[in-house]
Design a binder for this molecule. Structure first.
Ligand code: GLU
Length: 313
């Protein structure tokens, strides 16, 4: 073990211990009943370094609902399919609004601000679905995740998908609204079905950090050496993660952590230290903007101790 990896291992363990001791844990998401049942005492952290070393602590092997973190991977797939044409149906500016806001959509004639708010992610999923049956589109998303993470065991939590399908009225409103402007090509129920299932993919911190490696390595999948996407595209996805990855908490996340990141209401965050590491953290309690509270605190500590902020030392 090199000194650097010994340091990383110790820092990751220390941070997990510090997080365990904290009592300010935030509130689990209540609007998806199945997520409301998750114990907010969980905490996991996994870091995969550029040289392949893995440092983990806490509940880093326990699968959780990745929710909106899935949007990074569907954006990658949709860009592969449509190229820059994707940007005709979804913008790439921060929204400054909650993740499920409908107000902006009306003002901007059904074009969502960015691919990470719910409306934008639904539009991206619709593009992946085109020309396929929902089952095939989901199979494509799942195979992509398994390939990236190098793990065939990644699966969808059907109970979470069903729970959101039963209660996803707000997402149905967003999708119908976009459909009325011709932004969605497929029947709304089909697009939503794929969207709810992609959000219900369950992964551990370790699997998620492995899946994010290509974004830390200029688009390259380290195990196979395959270029998943061009370096320029990886850089741009990281840019959208930085500016839009935490809804209207994106500025605060950039200010405190200084890394591209994408959060999900399951309490997970994928963060990328370009050229250095892919990081996944999970703590189910959320802050007011719907982002993992201790996840952000832990990433702030990690970025500071490793000197990983993209904005300098
Ligand atoms: N499936 C969730 C929803 O559509 C995703 C939101 C999130 O993770 O931020 O409401």
């Amino acid at each position: 073990m090199t000194n650097a990896s010994a340091d990383l291992g110790r820092i990751v363990t220390d941070i997990a211990e510090e997080m365990r001791a904290r009592t300010d844990r935030g509130e689990v998401a209540h609007y998806i009943p199945e997520l409301a049942r998750v114990d907010n005492k969980h905490f996991g952290l996994a870091v995969v370094g550029a040289d392949g070393e893995v440092a983990c602590a806490g509940d880093s092997d326990m699968p959780f609902s990745i929710q909106s973190v899935s949007k990074v991977f569907t954006l990658t797939l949709a860009l592969g399919k449509a190229g820059d044409r994707l940007w005709q149906r979804v913008g790439r500016e921060p929204s400054g609004s909650p993740f499920n806001s409908i107000v902006q959509l009306e003002r901007e004639r059904g074009i969502p601000r960015n691919p990470f708010i719910n409306a934008g992610a639904i539009a991206v999923t619709d593009l992946i679905l085109s020309g396929h049956q929902p089952r095939e589109a989901l199979g494509e998303i799942l195979s992509f995740m398994r390939f990236l993470a190098d793990d065939p065991d990644i699966a969808i939590d059907e109970a979470v998908a069903a729970s959101e399908q039963r209660t996803g009225f707000r997402n149905a409103a967003l999708a119908n609204y976009m459909k009325s402007f011709g932004v969605l090509d497929n029947p709304v129920e089909m697009t939503l079905g794929v969207y709810f299932h992609q959000c219900a993919i369950a992964m551990s911190c370790k699997q998620l950090a492995m899946a994010g490696r290509f974004l830390a390595q200029s688009g390259c999948h380290p195990k196979t050496g395959l270029q998943v996407i061009q370096a320029e595209r990886a850089r741009r996805i990281n840019a959208v993660m930085l500016t839009c990855g935490h809804y209207d908490g994106s500025g605060e996340f950039a200010y405190r952590v200084g890394l591209p990141g994408k959060s999900g209401v399951g309490g997970g965050i994928l963060a990328i230290a370009p050229g250095k590491a892919s990081i996944a953290v999970w703590s189910p309690g959320l802050d007011a903007a719907g982002n993992s509270h201790l996840g952000r605190v832990a990433l702030e500590a990690l970025s500071k101790r490793m000197n990983w902020s993209i904005f300098g030392a």
